[in-house]
Design a protein around this ligand. Structure first.
Ligand SMILES: CNc1ncnc2c1ncn2[C@@H]1O[C@H](COP(=O)(O)O)[C@@H](O)[C@H]1O
Length: 351
């Protein structure tokens, strides 16, 4: 499938859309042609709206009563544009999305649409993607079937995509053990899995129990990335416990305490930065206050990512526009600095 790059530009009035339209044609071309890696994108958070609408139509035709109201309500919110008061509102969007991606056929369509949205198009949004997803058991498939279906689709992109298995902070410890073992099995079987992630509602789960299990992925040749310090309520104990698992990258890292930041800087752990996501989830109040500026001032490795293009209506082009556009719409970085950041992102992949 060939995508016109206009198809991957999101909401015109979103932070990225405003920054993108403030750029000259040559600046836009510069961003389009820059070799980029996307390493923080959640499958079910990145389904293109048109694909989700088609999946919802199929779902409602086959399930006129089960969860129909929830699906219609969820779809209406995503079609109108999501407005969040705080990050906890965000997780309420997923039950409707999960209802329509509960069969292997639907998962296949969703995975293909997500990967195409990043990798097809001329030029594509990125040259390489590490897509992440949480294994999910439904009445129509086991969690292993879910994950195999995604891997089968992803491997057709022949080396341009790899998968990260997400562990949700809301999982029971038994499920964490089961899914970490599943990741190791797929790795051992030579499938296109490169790592394990920790995601989900940042205020759930006991990280003392999770950390040693997460850390064990290294023994199987997998890398580890962790959503960390995503809200001000994530205390230092939670953050230090996660750092004890020896992560290879970190997601967000918005509210690191001085002690935690010292560890991150000393160990040069690359941070996955999702500018629009943080602004719309209101964990960061303005672009100029974003913690990326602190990491950049330390010359610390960061990777610019989209997180969830479905609710946030963003694209990787626009996330880079937020770096390049002049303030207040962007951070006003130079072309050379933006190019360096993209290059660092390519180096921070788990390949
Ligand atoms: C806004 N920042 C975020 N913080 C934490 N977790 C997030 C997230 N964005 C998405 N997810 C996690 O990814 C799942 C959807 O994709 P998959 O079903 O795995 O493909 C969500 O249910 C949530 O657990």
């Amino acid at each position: 499938m060939q995508l016109d790059h206009t198809a991957v530009l999101g909401a015109e009035d979103g932070p990225g859309g405003l920054a993108w339209r403030a750029l000259s044609n040559s600046q836009q071309d510069f961003i389009k042609c820059l070799p980029k890696a996307e390493v923080h994108a959640h499958l079910n958070g990145c389904i293109p709206l048109k694909c989700l609408q088609d999946l919802a139509k199929d779902y409602l035709a086959n399930n006129p009563t089960t969860a129909a109201d929830e699906v219609q309500r969820g779809l209406a919110v995503l079609e109108t544009g999501v407005v969040l008061t705080e990050i906890s509102d965000f997780f309420g969007l997923f039950p409707a999305i999960y209802a329509v991606t509960s069969t292997p056929t639907a998962v296949k369509k969703a995975a293909h649409a997500v990967l195409s949205s990043f990798l097809s198009g001329s030029p594509a949004q990125c040259q390489y993607i590490e897509l992440r997803t949480t294994p999910r058991k439904t009445p129509h498939m086991t969690a292993r079937e879910y994950f195999t279906t995604v891997l089968d689709v992803l491997e057709t992109f022949q080396g341009r995509a790899a998968l990260i298995l997400s562990i949700d902070r809301r999982m029971s410890i038994e499920d964490v053990k089961t899914y970490v073992q599943m990741a190791k099995d797929f790795k051992q079987a030579g499938r296109a899995i490169v790592g394990v992630d920790l995601c989900g509602d940042p205020l759930t789960g006991d990280m003392k129990e999770f950390a040693p299990i997460l850390s064990s992925v290294h023994d199987a040749g997998l890398k580890l990335t962790l959503h960390i310090a995503e809200t001000p309520q994530n205390d230092e104990e939670d953050t230090l416990m996660l750092l004890s698992a020896r992560p290879d990258r970190l997601g967000h890292a918005t509210f690191l305490t001085p002690a935690a930041q010292a560890i991150v800087l000393r160990n040069q752990i690359p941070v996955e930065i999702c500018l629009t996501s943080n602004l719309l989830c209101k964990t960061v109040s303005t672009l100029q206050d974003h913690h990326v500026t602190n990491f950049l001032s330390h010359k610390h490795p960061v990777v610019i990512c989209t997180d969830d293009t479905l609710p946030f209506r963003n694209s990787l082009f626009e996330e880079y526009a937020l770096l390049l556009a002049a303030p207040p719409l962007g951070l006003g970085l130079s072309g050379a600095e933006v190019e360096r950041i993209a290059h660092v992102g390519m180096q921070a992949t788990f390949r």
